[in-house]
Design a protein around this ligand. Structure first.
Ligand SMILES: CC(C)(COP(=O)(O)OP(=O)(O)OC[C@H]1O[C@@H](n2cnc3c(N)ncnc32)[C@H](O)[C@@H]1OP(=O)(O)O)[C@@H](O)C(=O)NCCC(=O)NCCS
Length: 150
């Protein structure tokens, strides 16, 4: 656990997540991802994957708390690949509406960078101001993403 003023940061991994209240973090992400979110069941799948100890899976769930209340959360998945596909994908990050602009998002993404090895991919909508945060931490967007949705 790391502290920054009254905000504490917690890391949960496949080998260390017994104390994680999954529903609390899922509810938080579902609410505070705003229009950039997914269905709760999809966020739950992403969290299950991050905390799985199955071969090729895993990742981390990072949680920021203030006075015991969740004010920020991030989920990172390992891809199980390397080189031609980045080793990690940062799937979700959100900060409580009333806590934004205080560095919590940056701290969560920096922690994800520090605790993983290899490259990190992420998707962001072209008009999402979160792009600024990623760019400040060194992410670049060389590629456009196309997807065949079915
Ligand atoms: C994106 C999000 C997580 C950022 O969290 P945050 O705690 O407000 O961000 P921070 O305060 O740590 O900001 C970090 C840096 O990014 C910049 N930044 C963050 N949000 C920004 C915004 N909306 N507009 C402009 N710059 C922004 C800040 O200026 C800051 O730069 P600095 O370090 O030079 O001061 C938060 O706005 C959020 O939850 N948004 C809704 C969900 C979302 O869009 N998630 C990302 C999906 S890809």
């Amino acid at each position: 656990m790391a502290d920054n003023n009254s905000i504490s940061y917690h890391t949960y991994t496949p080998t260390d997540h017994a104390s994680l209240n999954r529903d609390e973090v899922l509810d938080f992400l579902f609410e505070h991802l705003d229009e950039y979110g997914d269905q709760r069941q999809d966020i739950a799948k992403c969290m299950d994957y991050a905390l799985s100890d199955a071969e090729g899976k895993g990742g981390s769930v990072l949680v920021a708390r203030e006075n015991d209340k969740v004010v920020g959360a991030l989920i990172l998945n390992n891809t199980g690949m390397k080189g031609y596909i980045p080793e990690n994908i940062l799937v979700y990050v959100a900060v409580h509406g009333s806590t934004r602009g205080k560095g919590v998002g940056k701290q969560l993404v920096q922690m994800a960078i520090d605790l993983t090895q290899g490259s990190i991919a992420l998707h962001v909508e072209p008009h999402n101001p979160a792009r600024k945060l990623y760019e400040k931490l060194g992410f670049t967007n060389k590629y456009l993403e196309y997807r065949l949705t079915r």
